[in-house]
Design a protein around this ligand. Structure first.
Ligand code: ATP
Ligand code: MG
Length: 301
């Protein structure tokens, strides 16, 4: 039996007349990494602030470790590590001092684990925070959160300022957390970023959860964008049902989307036509939302 650590049930949150969360229901189980994705303004950070007891909901239920996140926030916080989307740091303290301070605020202290993480993310902890780039500010918050002993780790778009090497370091660390039985809620607006490590994905749009499931169940969302140029004409691509939004720029140059599990047969077909150039891009969620969810309903063409 799966043990739910975070439970959100029909949560609604209004700011004045604006309904930021209309219907948010999902759970995060123990030992699970949950990817929480949606475009800008969808309600990811608002949901996370609700979970942290920073915003009071208008109706519904929000619980962590079986306790109400608003009423029991002090007790719950002992078991949570959190990295906000917009990291605030005290400008006149050094990175090292801030890591110590963040740990102390959570009744914890610097450990060999902290030192290992500082080395891993290659952060110069002797510099004052006001000199840090966005990526370095994010590293300070990540190092402090990852070296905390907690049961639940919540990251709000943690890799948006990190370069690929540091992003990979972050992913490795999150997988370590999972291996030791921790639960992770990871928000992002890029599907390809979370699909590598998440067990399940929840998609939010305009304050409502519109999709959730494991990666296999979400396959239909992961279409690749392909631009190809071939020696032979490409017109018969029009007859392939698994090729979507086909645009024939010329007889020999096409642009389309293809489901990942149909990629192999697409490549076989294309290679028969003598490929001159081919470019494939994994879709961002924004692309998907723009093309499939324009009218609020899932239209797979
Ligand atoms: N304190 C607030 N007062 C009024 N409106 C708010 C407040 N906080 C958030 N909102 C609105 O609620 C909606 C959801 O915002 P939220 O920050 O949760 O989005 P998000 O999914 O985190 O987006 P992003 O990817 O840009 O971080 C937005 O339309 C935002 O303008
Ligand atoms: Mg946000």
């Amino acid at each position: 039996m799966e043990e739910a650590v975070i439970v959100l049930n029909q949560v609604k949150k209004r700011f004045g007349k604006f309904e930021a969360l209309k219907d948010v229901s999902f759970t995060v189980n123990k030992g699970e990494i949950l990817g929480f994705i949606g475009p800008n303004g969808a309600g990811k950070s608002t949901t996370i602030r609700v979970l942290l007891g920073m915003l009071k909901i208008n109706s519904g239920e929000a619980k962590i470790f079986g306790q109400d996140v608003w009423k029991e926030d002090v007790a719950i916080h002992k078991g949570i590590a959190y990295v906000p989307g917009d990291v605030f740091l005290w400008p006149n303290l050094t990175g090292g001092e801030i890591i110590d301070l963040l740990l102390r605020l959570n009744q914890q202290q610097r450990s060999p684990e902290t030192e290992r993480l500082i080395k891993l993310f290659q952060l110069d902890t002797s510099k004052k925070a006001r000199t840090y780039s966005k990526g370095n500010r994010q590293k300070v918050a990540l190092i402090a959160a990852l070296s905390q002993e907690a049961d639940v780790y919540i990251f709000d778009e943690p890799t948006s300022g990190l370069d690929p090497l540091n992003e990979q370091a972050f992913q490795t660390e999150v997988l370590r957390l999972k291996e030791s039985g921790k639960s992770v809620l990871l928000s992002s607006h890029i599907l390809s970023e979370v699909e590598k490590m998440c067990d399940r994905i929840v998609v939010i749009r305009e304050g409502s959860i519109i999709e959730q499931g494991n990666l296999t169940e979400m396959r239909h969302l992961t279409r690749l964008e392909i631009t190809v140029e071939t020696q032979e004409a490409l017109r018969d691509l029009e007859e392939c049902s698994w090729i979507h939004q086909l645009v024939l720029e010329t007889d020999h140059r096409a642009h389309f989307f293809v489901e990942q599990d149909r990629l192999a047969e697409t490549m076989t077909l294309l290679s028969k036509k003598m490929i001159l150039s081919l470019q494939s891009t994994p879709p961002t969620l924004e692309d998907l939302f723009l093309s499939y969810y324009k009218d609020g309903s899932a239209q797979h063409e």
